[in-house]
Design a protein around this ligand. Structure first.
Ligand code: FAD
Length: 408
């Protein structure tokens, strides 16, 4: 189980300055620890014994979602009135940290898409009728959900590149287009799809539509084989004049993109928190496996990486606290996503170097982490685009500086 941030460790790397408010409570209070214990048990009992089999088969069975549903992991932040647990974002962070510190990253990603993407979007923006119909099975794990935004033409600048269209004909949407790299698509019962419903480009031209996978014209044309995250099936969808009732629109017509953005930002923070958890556990396993001179030689490097991970965790927790307070900062989420995913990649590579040739063997454990941390730098926004988002914030800040300070 992940332990709360050690204030001493964070203080050791934090620059001197005025005392900051305590952050150790985020995701680390007694109720969090109880919650983490439940998640860790489910992972230990149900996931770990089957993980290698799922990874090899590049499959995630329906029973995984039902176990998560029975454990309350699919509706963690959904209001209790809608069938969820009504917990705040810190519990979503704790959940993903538990999965990724156990290196169950594929299942974590599939779970995250449903629990922190599809369900919150439906709960926040779906009509009571639609929630009544779709949300219950997604929270119980009887149904699997997907979020379909990316297309073969691109996923980074969706407001300009999105080609999938939904044209209204009477009480139905007629949807035509393709979606690529969609988590859970091969096994989904419902895909929350972003389609252009207003001619032209720009952020207010797209709507979110819940598309049942048995709708006429809906087809999974391929499952992608991936470098990592085998136990998180990813697929390519084709919609050929796919007909869906207009009442399946989630949120305001034309507002799908602004509805999606906060959820995407939260997903980025979750991936960042999970990457740190994964890297910490790899580092700790590496340290525990070293003996004698090898251990002494590696100690300074392990200490440096561990301290950086502690600081990184404090950073992502601070951004998470903002989410709990009702504000999601896209620049902070972008910074956390690229910086922490890349930090996890570097830690995994450095641990592999310290462990030596054993780390290169298939099944060493490190081989999968090396591959998965690479894939996480693409999922939910590439490092390059995240740097672009954060860079725009920096540029704005720099413009606000008085000229003499800007020259420093
Ligand atoms: C395992 C996995 C699961 C995924 N699951 C989902 C899912 O469930 N739902 C979903 O909708 N999508 C999903 N995706 C897609 C993912 O979100 C996109 O791959 C990602 O957003 C980038 O889009 P793209 O691949 O189309 O790249 P593009 O947008 O086509 O970009 C191509 C390249 O150009 C670079 N680039 C683009 N813009 C800039 C810029 N401004 N500055 C610098 N470089 C730039 C990118 O970094 C990238 O290297 C998943 C991807 C993976 C790998």
């Amino acid at each position: 189980m992940i332990l709360p941030v050690s204030a001493a460790a964070v203080a050791a790397v934090a620059p001197p300055g005025p005392p900051s408010p305590p952050r150790a409570s985020f995701a680390g209070t007694a109720p969090h620890l109880r919650f983490r214990g439940g998640v860790a048990k489910l992972i230990r009992d149900k996931v770990i014994p089957r993980l290698e089999e799922w990874e090899a088969a590049e499959a995630l069975p329906g029973e995984f979602f039902r176990w998560c549903g029975a454990g309350g992991l699919l509706g963690t932040t959904i209001p209790a009135a809608l069938g969820g647990r009504g917990l705040d974002f810190s519990y979503a962070v704790a959940q993903v940290e538990e999965f990724m510190s156990a290196r169950a990253t594929g299942p974590a990603v599939s779970l995250m898409v449903q629990s922190n993407g599809v369900c919150p979007l439906l709960a926040r923006h779906g009509t009571p009728e639609l929630c009544g119909e779709l949300l219950g099975p997604l929270i119980s794990g009887e149904a699997v959900g997907s979020l379909g935004a990316t297309e073969p033409s691109g996923g980074s600048a969706l407001s300009h590149t999105l080609r999938c269209t939904a044209e209204r004909q009477g009480d139905e949407w007629v949807i035509t287009g393709e979606k690529a790299y969609i988590t859970n698509a091969p096994i989904a019962d419902t895909v929350l799809l972003l389609a252009r419903t207003v001619p032209g480009t720009g952020p207010l031209t797209m709507s979110l539509i819940a598309v049942p996978s048995d709708a006429p014209g809906f087809e999974v044309v391929a499952q992608h084989r991936k470098l990592g995250l085998g136990a998180s099936p990813t697929g390519h969808l084709r919609l050929d004049r796919c007909r869906v009732p207009v009442r399946f629109t989630v949120g305001r017509q034309g507002h799908g993109y602004p509805h999606l953005l906060p959820v995407l930002c939260q997903e980025r923070l979750l991936v960042a928190a999970g990457s740190v958890a994964c890297a910490r556990s790899v580092l700790e396993v590496t340290a525990a496996g070293l003996r004698g001179g090898a251990r002494d030689a590696a100690r300074p490097e392990l200490a440096r990486m561990h301290a950086r991970l502690e600081a990184a965790r404090a950073f992502v927790y601070a951004a998470g606290e903002q989410v709990c307070a009702g504000e999601t900062d896209p620049a902070a989420a972008a910074a956390a996503k690229f910086a922490l995913c890349e930090m996890a990649q570097r830690v995994a590579a450095e641990c592999a170097r310290i462990v030596g040739p054993r780390s290169a063997l298939t099944g060493s454990g490190l081989d999968r982490v090396l591959r998965e941390t690479r894939v996480l730098s693409v999922f939910a926004g590439t490092s390059e685009t995240m740097r672009d988002v954060y860079g725009s914030r920096l540029a704005t800040l720099m413009q606000q500086l008085p000229p003499e300070e800007a020259e420093c």
